[in-house]
Design a protein around this ligand. Structure first.
Ligand SMILES: Nc1ncnc2c1ncn2[C@@H]1O[C@H](COP(=O)(O)OP(=O)(O)O)[C@@H](O)[C@H]1O
Ligand SMILES: N[C@@H](CCOP(=O)(O)O)C(=O)O
Length: 293
């Protein structure tokens, strides 16, 4: 049986709205079962997520070719839905790999990146999901480009996932349609420096710069109150590096492995409704195991 394994992603890293994304070590797996008369998707998400051809993974596979013969799919996932960890991107990417695989096409990650970015509407989640690591994306006349950035090996993501969901579309609707020139200058200066910090391996500067966003976090902070609570808590411990993961409500703090347990313990001490965990960066992007029987 063939299994497609797709990681979660944490987009933006504060300053990199719609262009930076980091693959994290939570996974969605899709195992392709036998051919069936109609699509059947076994998944752990409950009644709100369809089990038939209207499931997002199947819809996306059929985007590649609507005539793909139906199969049974077994989906497992530890990526929570609508929490800012790129679940919809992971589902889209899984569907595209599935579709290309079932029509017998050679897997071309660059092509899948183009398709996934178009379907998702922004490339910052799908790029790390396909390629792994920290990806800087750009949409221009020749399509979507993804450039891997060196990410300090000693940093991990202390991640707090609130118990409530927040749809990305709703969190995008909270954003203004225009920005002041001063804000745009602040954002581009600091984002350029964040990229430089990655290449220089300057993790202290990287951790400080992820807190410089003025483009989306100020408008979303009320939708995810834990964000500023955790940033303030981390500051009390002398730690920078806290940002709203994607559109929220998940909060990520990029800290060293040595600092992670202390911060995790402190977050747990706040008794917030949700789950805190330490996640490593996932370096490989989407992978396959096994083969179709
Ligand atoms: N594995 C999946 N199978 C089917 N639908 C999914 C899956 N993952 C995500 N989705 C759909 O995507 C929605 C979440 O997307 P979105 O609001 O963009 O949040 P996220 O930050 O998790 O990507 C879910 O409510 C669900 O409708
Ligand atoms: N750049 C997007 C990222 C959305 O990520 P998600 O994980 O919340 O889907 C945004 O900030 O809207």
């Amino acid at each position: 049986m063939l299994t497609i394994t797709v990681p979660a992603s944490s987009a933006n890293l504060g300053l990199g709205f719609d262009c930076l994304g980091l693959a994290l070590d939570l996974n969605l797996t899709v195992t392709i079962g036998p051919k069936t008369n109609t699509w059947q998707v076994d998944h752990p998400f409950g009644a709100d997520i369809p089990n038939d051809e209207s499931n997002l993974i199947v819809q996306t596979a059929r985007f590649v070719d609507p005539d793909i013969p139906p199969h049974q799919l077994v989906v497992k996932s530890d990526i929570p839905l609508a929490r800012g960890l790129g679940s919809s991107s992971s589902a889209l990417v899984a569907g595209l790999f599935l579709g290309h695989y079932l029509v017998g096409q050679t897997i071309n990650r660059h092509q899948i990146l183009q398709e996934a970015a178009a379907l998702e509407g922004h490339p910052d989640n799908v790029a790390p999901t396909i390629l792994g690591g920290l990806q800087l994306t750009d949409e221009n006349k020749i399509g979507v480009q993804a450039t891997p950035l060196p990410f300090p090996k000693d940093l991990v993501a202390v991640t707090f996932i609130p118990d409530y969901s927040l749809k990305t579309a709703a969190a995008r609707a909270a954003l203004p349609t225009t920005l002041a020139l001063k804000t745009a200058v602040h954002q581009s200066q600091h984002l350029a420096n964040l990229v430089a910090a990655c290449y220089l391996g300057d993790q202290k500067r990287l951790m400080a710069l992820v807190e410089e966003d003025q483009m989306h976090e100020p408008y979303r902070a009320d939708l995810a109150p834990e964000f500023l609570q955790i940033r303030t808590l981390a500051h009390h411990l002398g730690l920078a590096g806290t940002y709203l993961s994607g559109a929220g409500p998940t909060v990520v703090s990029l800290v060293t492995k040595k600092q992670a347990d202390q911060l995790l313990e402190a977050i747990n001490g706040l008794n917030l409704n949700g789950t805190a965990m330490v996640l490593a960066v996932q370096q490989t992007g989407t992978t396959f195991t096994g083969s179709l029987d």
